[in-house]
Design a protein around this ligand. Structure first.
Ligand code: ADP
Length: 469
């Protein structure tokens, strides 16, 4: 992988992501609040302007109506003097402008106001409020018009005021707003920094204290992760202990026959053995070597099973084929006949049709190991029976003997590597202490269950039940 690719593959920084997210959210909230506040302010401000115009117009109109004459001069006398911002216009019922406080005497230049919306609406409804955009974006004009019914005819009094638009108002406060935005952004950044620090700190603490990870988990969202890490650690520790124990056991088991072989060989080499005894010593060397070969082949078998299991758990299934258990049992019994005869044990089989999906070689190994144990841990005159069949839960295979039996407290441990109830008996009969560990492994690979029933002095029955095909 090139440096470039490695850089691309680096995970994102959670802190940076959260900080950025928090600042963006803060900014968006602030902008939304600002926009909403400005709009509300503008609405309330223009509402007030309209209300004020209405009040002024209504009071002037009331005063004007009460006068005896109804013309421009009468209105001019009534107008408040210092309110230059307001524009008063008196319009006749036909639209002719009778008075305008901004146009003064130059009334002739003003066009008819009959088409103005506020005039039309006031004539129809009595009063009207209208807002008109001015040419520029800077201002808008608010009008309030009221109909006055005089004895001389209908007239309309209109009051107008130019009001700065939202944009102008905003522009005025822009520097202040910018300052506020910067300050709030700074505050958000500091808050985001503090929050993310608080969020990440317990996670870092967790990574440094993996031993107590499950008890110390700070957020409930992290419980599954903590659980996985804990289980994984436990598994790795167990595996490590098992591996260490296994290595120590293997070394010990190999050392004993090797020491004997070396000792016998040395005696022969130094001439301390009479030539008549040499064959006896050679036979002992041969026996010890045979034990070592058996042990090494069992270790190899176990390590092969270990790797098969590992590859199977990686979703690569073992090569399976239908295996006829009845034929397999018959074959095993035939192969073990000599051993049984040597131990003065009768060997029988009783088979019903049964087929298992699995590996024939491994299943033969399983049956042979069970049968071998049943013969070796037996007494002269004892018997061993191999059986198989198909039950409601699936096919099964069973090896039954009336041998020495296994004590209750050892029954769960006999499947452990190198565990033996009686070490000297196992060694004397050529046992490696790995037979049942191999059986357990093979059963596991076939998803089979092992049931052991045993009583000291009465015998042992081991049943392997396979899942339904
Ligand atoms: P070994 O090579 O010593 O036989 P195994 O793993 O096959 O190792 O068996 C472990 C131990 O379980 C044996 O040492 C023996 O004590 C006990 N055991 C196994 N099978 C039987 C049996 N059929 N009857 C009595 N004891 C048994």
């Amino acid at each position: 992988m090139t440096d470039e690719q490695q850089k691309e593959k680096r995970p994102l920084s959670m802190t940076r992501r959260y900080r950025r997210g928090l600042v963006i959210v803060g900014l968006l909230c602030m902008l939304a609040t600002l926009a909403a506040a400005t709009l509300l302010f503008q609405r309330s401000y223009t509402g007030q302007v309209d209300a004020y115009l209405g009040q002024v117009c209504d009071s002037v109109a009331a005063g004007y109506k009460a006068q005896t004459s109804h013309d421009a001069a009468t209105l001019a006398d009534l107008l408040p003097e210092n309110d230059a911002a307001l524009r008063f216009t008196l319009i006749d019922g036909d639209g002719t402008v009778l008075f305008d406080s901004e146009a003064g005497a130059d009334l002739a230049a003003l066009p008819s106001h009959a088409d103005r919306p506020e005039v039309i609406a006031a004539l129809a409804d009595g009063s009207a409020s209208v807002t008109r955009e001015s040419q520029t974006m800077q201002e808008e004009t608010h009008y309030y018009a009221r109909r006055i019914d005089t004895p001389d005819g209908v007239q309309v009094l209109r009051v107008g005021e130019d009001v700065a638009t939202l944009w102008v108002l905003s522009a005025d406060t822009l520097p202040l707003l910018c300052c506020a935005v910067v300050l709030i952004l700074l505050a958000t950044a500091v808050l985001a920094w503090w929050l993310t620090l608080r969020l990440v700190q317990p996670i870092n603490h967790l990574a440094e204290n993996l031993d107590t990870i499950e008890a110390d988990v700070p957020y409930e969202e992290l419980i599954p992760l903590a659980r996985t890490i804990q289980t994984d650690r436990k598994l790795r520790e167990d595996n490590e202990t098992m591996r260490r124990e296994f290595t120590a056991n293997v070394s010990h088991e190999l050392k004993t026959p090797l020491t004997s072989i070396s000792g016998y060989a040395e005696l022969i080499e130094t001439g301390m053995v009479k030539s008549a005894d040499v064959p006896t010593f050679a036979a002992r060397i041969h026996k010890e070597a045979q034990r070592m070969i058996a042990l090494v082949s069992d270790i190899l078998q176990l390590s092969e099973l270990d790797s098969t299991q590992a590859s199977q758990s990686r979703e690569k299934p073992v090569e399976v084929a239908p295996v006829d258990l009845a034929a397999l049992i018959k074959e095993t019994a035939q192969n073990m006949t000599v051993n049984a005869r040597k131990a003065y044990v009768t060997l029988q089989y009783n088979v019903q049709p049964a087929t298992v999906q699995g590996s024939k070689d491994l299943l033969t190994e399983l049956a042979t190991n069970l049968c071998d144990n049943a013969i070796r841990y037996n007494q002269p005159g004892g018997h061993v029976e191999l059986r198989c069949g198909t039950g409601p839960d699936g096919p099964w295979l069973q090896v039954e003997d009336n041998g020495i039996g296994i004590p209750q407290d050892s029954q769960a441990r006999v499947f452990e590597r190198f565990y033996r109830v009686d070490k000297s008996r196992s060694k004397a009969t050529g046992g490696t202490g790995l037979g049942l560990a191999i059986v357990k492994h093979i059963a596991l690979l076939h998803h089979a269950r092992i049931d052991l029933q045993s009583q000291v002095g009465s015998g042992t029955t081991i049943k392997v039940s396979f899942p339904k095909a």
